[in-house]
Design a protein around this ligand. Structure first.
Ligand code: ADP
Ligand code: GLC
Length: 500
């Protein structure tokens, strides 16, 4: 598949803009449960600024239908095979950036639901079917305007690559479309029991360890990784970690085989959204040259979380999905020791009931010192990122992580575990040299976490050092531009490659 480079239209002369179609389950502001939504909300626009033609495809979730986003009906109606039935859908169209079309796949029975993936009862039982349907639908949208590259993100869209590559006879219009896959988190692979295989309408030979089979189950993410022409992840360190037993979640062998082509491109920050100089969600704006507003933000945060309004007590903030990935258990284990220090701790969390109850219990034990709010609330995230002194990210693993980069821009010092993208963005502060932007620890032991927190608190007391440290962070630049250029280069090479 793919044109020979010598005869490829891009090989000489003026070529049309590269056309990339991105498929994702989350795109901010339409739907988001974590960083995937942020990335898809900002990377496409950074690419558009570099002259890449982009189109986006996502499900028409209830948040899209009810969210007052201007959309129009494209008139496209389709049906795709799911098991032995033909399931129907239609396509709405919206717009982001200058002129990026966003195609929303509408199928009420799959996506017009309260949440994206689960309720308090657990995962939706038909998640396999929902994302089989979505992946087939993506290819239907592409038929009428075939892109150079289909760029799929994470397990929910991985099957669009599998269907494209394993069943080319079903998609003749897409014969020259290459497949690019980005892994955002190996902890979520879309693994389903083998009795769901009929949903995929794929030959049984693909249910083998070379392809989608994984411990006798079906693994969507593995399929995407195996069939894609290029695989990337979201930080250079995570690209290395994915090939190890410690971080590979059972797929390390697959990524080891791909290691020489497996590239980690660091996520960026959308500084239009995350900028203390212009952020309308915070109590007072501020900048690296005038930090006075940050004190106002701290007071507002303390008030919002019912803590004493005290400018001098160190305030540690944490904003996270409540899962073991994020080191929630580690924080819980260290909490008694942490509460012996003269600090305040605020947590905004959303997720597992076990952690919700654990942290709510701690609030009762240490009233006035720790305050937690259990919600998915983007406004409050801004308030914590601006008002806290430290942002704690003690993740067991972290493919990239965005909150530490948000913290940097707001002069809120990251305290992070050395892993994945945290390692690639945070450098330990060296008081003698006045260099570095945060504090790091390596093991997942409470004693190590306390040691780094004590180091951070000591620095907080030395106002001259402290100011140097927060200004170092605020001056960092993790904008998308550099990373978008790397994606563009990869797209260009892939589009021109004779084959893989
Ligand atoms: P992950 O995608 O693994 O959750 P990231 O650091 O990449 O981690 O991105 C997390 C994103 O989700 C950030 O935009 C963060 O602000 C947001 N977020 C996390 N927890 C919450 C919450 N409780 N309410 C609102 N937004 C949240
Ligand atoms: C995932 C990862 C996170 C990353 C985000 C966006 O959810 O857990 O580290 O920043 O995807 O790529």
């Amino acid at each position: 598949m793919g044109a020979d480079s010598a005869t490829h239209p891009r090989a000489k002369g003026k070529s049309p803009a590269l056309h990339i179609a991105m498929a994702s389950s989350e795109i901010s502001p339409f739907a988001k449960t974590g960083g995937l939504g942020d990335v898809l909300g900002s990377l496409p626009q950074a690419l558009e600024r570099l002259g890449v033609k982009i189109s986006l495809i996502m499900p028409a979730y209830r948040s899209v239908l009810k969210g007052n986003f201007p959309t129009e009906d494209t008139g496209i109606r389709f049906s795709v095979p799911v098991s032995n039935k033909m399931e129907k859908g239609s396509v709405l169209k919206g717009k982001v950036g200058r002129s990026i079309p966003v195609y929303f796949i509408r199928a009420a029975k799959y996506y017009d639901r309260e949440n994206l993936y689960y309720t308090s009862e657990g995962d939706y039982p038909d998640n396999a079917e929902r994302f089989v349907f979505f992946s087939r639908a993506v290819l239907e949208v592409l038929r009428s305007d075939p892109p150079d590259i289909l760029h799929a993100h994470d397990w929910q869209t991985a099957l669009s690559i599998v269907f494209l590559k394993a069943q080319p006879e079903q998609y003749p219009e897409l014969a020259n479309t290459k497949a690019f896959f980005t892994v955002h988190n190996l902890g979520y692979q879309g693994v389903f029991w083998n009795l769901d295989w009929h949903l995929l309408n794929l030959d049984w030979r693909f249910f083998s360890s070379q392809y989608l089979e994984f411990f006798n189950k079906i693994n969507f993410l593995k399929g995407g990784a195996v069939f894609a022409d290029r695989v990337t992840t979201v930080s250079p360190t995570y690209a290395e970690e994915m090939t190890t037993a410690e971080y590979g979640f059972g797929l390390e062998g697959v990524f080891r085989e791909k290691a020489k082509d497996l590239i980690g491109i660091l996520n960026g920050v959308d500084y239009q959204v995350w900028n203390p100089e212009s952020d309308s969600n915070i109590a007072h704006t501020y900048s690296v040259d005038d930090l006075a507003g940050k004190t106002v933000c701290k007071a507002e945060l303390q008030k919002a979380f019912g803590l004493q309004e005290n400018p001098s007590v160190p305030l540690i903030g944490m904003v996270t999905r409540l899962t073991s990935q994020k080191g929630c258990d580690l924080v819980a284990m260290a909490m008694n020791a942490l509460m012996e220090r003269d600090i305040q701790f605020v947590l905004l969390g959303d997720g597992e009931k076990y952690y919700t109850e654990l942290f709510e219990g701690m609030t009762k034990k240490y009233p006035g010192k720790i305050s937690v709010q259990m919600a998915f609330d983007e406004l409050k995230v801004h308030k914590i990122i601006a008002g806290a002194d430290f942002i704690l990210v003690p993740s067991r693993y972290e493919p990239c992580g965005l909150t530490q980069m948000y913290g940097l821009r707001y002069g809120t010092v990251p305290v992070v575990r050395i892993t994945g993208g945290l390692k690639d963005t945070i450098e330990e502060f060296n008081p003698e040299a006045g260099r570095g932007n945060g504090f790091l620890f390596s093991s997942s032991e409470p004693t190590d976490l306390m040691a780094v927190i004590d180091r951070a608190l000591e620095c907080y007391q030395r106002k001259d050092l402290w100011t140097t440290l927060i200004k170092n962070g605020m001056k960092e630049n993790f904008s998308w531009e550099k990373s978008a250029r790397l994606y563009k280069e990869m797209y260009q090479k892939l589009a021109q490659a004779a084959d893989k």
